[in-house]
Design a protein around this ligand. Structure first.
Ligand code: SF4
Length: 244
């Protein structure tokens, strides 16, 4: 089986087992009891979000709809560059692209010379924002979490599956060096659509497909569904994950 992340021609990628060695300078600082400049900063610019995912871990405080002011974020970006930080990840609770001035903030991110990445749900109403993400970002992970419009709508409370797929196509089309990732959080509600999601991801030409299991032991977890008969022998582990 060909494993792309371990191929000789693809040594430098986010899934390489040895990537931690890139940060040996930071490890040395920590070993010397000094706090190094972070390689990456994360900015959660807004609590706004158009979706209502059943597993949302920020649902409790997203109702407040707080967000950072544009001028403040610009000052932060200038400071991060001055401090020696290399990259910014725009994320949430909340959908970062729903910040009213997100386009300006992303352009400022590029202007000061920091790498940019985004964790997004892909519900981006301005096509220019989707195109600019392709042009300016190093990567974006889009949480699609479904392989069909029906499952998407029933788990996220909003019928925007096709819209998100179109936005991902726009990002791919305008990509400069942007890795566009189709993310799939595996839960009892969508696990039957992994293959369909992979086919769609391949079809629209994204760079990565990222699947990971939901923490079903979390106190706010979705109640487990009965396993299909043919999987009855795969009983769920009664032992919680360590530390949970
Ligand atoms: S997209 Fe993210 S912030 Fe919005 S409802 Fe879903 S999990 Fe919560």
């Amino acid at each position: 089986m060909f494993v792309r992340e371990w191929a000789d021609k693809n040594t430098y990628n986010s899934f390489n087992n040895w990537k931690g060695l890139l940060y040996s300078a930071q490890y040395k600082e920590i070993a010397s009891m000094r706090v190094p400049v972070p390689v990456q900063a994360r900015i959660d610019p807004t609590l706004r979000c158009p979706l209502a995912c059943k597993w949302c871990n920020s649902a409790r405080y997203r109702q407040q709809r707080h967000e950072l002011g544009k001028d403040h974020v610009i000052k932060v970006l200038d400071f991060l560059k001055y401090w020696g930080v290399k990259a910014v990840v725009w994320a949430g609770g909340g959908e970062p692209t729903y910040h009213p001035q997100f386009l300006e903030l992303l352009q400022k991110n590029a202007e000061v010379g920091l790498d940019a990445a985004i964790l997004s749900n892909g519900v981006i109403h301005n096509p220019e924002v989707a195109a600019e993400i392709g042009r300016l970002c190093r990567w974006i992970g889009v949480s699609v979490d479904a392989g069909s419009a029906d499952t998407y709508t029933s788990t996220k409370g909003c019928a925007t599956f096709d819209f998100v797929i179109e936005n991902m196509k726009t990002m791919v089309k305008h990509s400069n060096k942007c890795n566009v990732g189709y993310k799939f959080l595996i839960s009892p509600l969508n696990q039957h659509e992994l293959v369909e999601a992979c086919v769609i991801a391949k079809d629209i030409g994204v760079t990565d497909f990222i699947a990971r299991p939901m923490d079903t032991q979390h106190p706010r977890r979705i109640p487990p569904l009965p396993l299909p008969r043919r999987h009855a022998s795969l009983s769920r582990s009664p032992v919680p994950y360590p530390g949970v």
